[in-house]
Design a protein around this ligand. Structure first.
Ligand code: GCO
Ligand code: MG
Length: 402
């Protein structure tokens, strides 16, 4: 089998998505997600200018060799743009492999280790009451795990809290919006939120929280310690991702489980976090972390240290990534949980999906490969729109982490 053509499909059904489509002489094509929120066209250009010409003529079944061609073979390695392109190629090739063998992707990864995938939902509110109401809605929808993000008095806008009645989407049209941050107000507020949520919903519901990289190591240690009575499923990204040593301080002070890595791209971003057992869940998604080929190795490496997966699954990753994640989650033995934010309905005009949510879990059908298809004509109805993630400043104007 040979690769005969490949193209990048850019569309914006509610938000921007980049999809790589690889064609073969067997009449089979594969799809890979290449969406990098707010930097979409950088990946599209990388693929179009530097990868697609080199793919033509290669045997798509050689996923290992092709992965190394675009990773090891390239002098300028790693980084979000490069690795998202590598991921998209890898996902499309595994999609082709599954279709060629007429079997769902999970069968190529070891078969099923479980029948369904535990997911967590997002609950948000501008204040405590709204947040508790939203957790209640997720419980009614049968979610067994809920990530809780609440507004903080005195902060106008905050990561994770949706605009009234809308699902949360942090990217905004045009150049980055500016938000104002105050760690002290945040640290005082979060434990009170979890105290009330536990009071209202008891102790069986799994609760999660995302700090979004906003604490220094000692602040993160204080937060993790103060949340211990509410035994979170995990505390996510408590410190900035690039400072691996920061997690040591947190670990000395708290038993709250830690998840980290949605901004990581290769195993080299977190070898210390894994080997020193400074985290409990890895979050690097297939779409940014080198696809199936790399994540299989990272998940196996993490499993030796009793670390589980909890893949990033925000709506800025396309249905192709979510379906691929479900296959992966079904197959590996150290699966922990999957983030699940349902895409807006308009997304499903373009992407035809093969998974469904049922009673707290995601399930996938037996379509071969990854199993998601794209309607290219529909995609053309939704052209790209410039949109960026916000930036954050402290009240005195100092640039901070968003
Ligand atoms: C999450 C993430 C997202 C990111 C977003 C950035 O845990 O789901 O933190 O909300 O902010 O994916 O593009
Ligand atoms: Mg996060």
């Amino acid at each position: 089998m040979r690769i005969t053509a490949a193209k990048v499909i850019v569309c914006c059904p509610g938000r921007n998505f980049i999809t790589l489509k690889i064609d073969t002489d067997a009449g089979i094509y594969g799809l890979g997600d290449a969406t990098l929120n707010g930097r979409e066209l950088a990946v599209a250009t990388y693929l179009e200018q530097y990868c697609i010409p080199a793919l033509i003529g290669k045997d798509p079944r050689n996923t290992e060799d092709i992965w190394h061609y675009f990773y090891r073979g390239v002098y300028w390695k790693r980084g979000a743009v490069t690795m998202t392109a590598v991921s998209a190629i890898d996902l499309a090739l595994w999609d082709i492999k599954g279709k060629a063998l007429n079997t769902p992707l999970y069968n190529l990864l070891g078969g099923k280790s479980r029948e369904r995938i535990l997911v967590y939902a997002h609950a948000t509110g501008k204040n405590l009451q709204q947040t508790i109401d939203d957790v209640g809605r997720k419980v009614e929808q049968s979610f067994q795990a809920v990530r809780v993000q609440s507004g903080v008095a005195g902060l106008a806008k905050i990561y994770g809290v949706a605009k009234d009645g809308r699902s949360y989407e942090p990217a905004q049209k045009g150049m980055p919006a500016e938000e104002v941050w105050d760690t002290s107000k945040y640290l005082n507020s979060v434990p009170q939120v979890f105290e009330k949520v536990r009071e209202a919903f008891g102790h069986d519901l799994h609760l999660l929280h995302d700090v979004h990289h906003r604490c220094t190591p000692i602040e993160a240690a204080r937060l993790a310690k103060s949340l211990e009575p509410y035994h979170l499923f995990w505390l996510e990204d408590p410190v900035s991702g690039e400072l691996q040593e920061g997690l040591r301080l947190l670990r000395q002070h708290s038993t709250t489980p830690i998840a980290i890595g949605e901004v990581f791209n290769t195993v080299y971003d977190y070898t210390a976090l894994i080997t020193e057992q400074l985290i409990d869940y890895i979050r690097m998604p297939l779409v940014h972390g080198g696809g199936i080929t790399h994540l299989l190795k990272v998940a196996a490496f993490a499993s030796i240290y009793h670390i589980q997966t909890g893949f990033h699954g925000a709506t800025d990753l396309s249905p192709v990534n979510l379906a691929a994640s479900i296959h992966f989650d079904l197959a590996i033995s150290n699966f922990g949980i999957q983030e699940y934010m349902p895409h807006q309905e308009v997304v499903h005009e373009v992407f035809k999906i093969n998974y469904r949510f049922d009673s707290g879990f995601l399930q996938i059908n037996e379509a071969p490969g990854i199993g998601v298809d794209i309607d290219e004509e529909k995609a053309r109805d939704y052209p790209y729109q410039t949109a960026c993630l916000p930036v954050n400043r402290k009240a005195d104007g100092t640039m901070y982490y968003w």
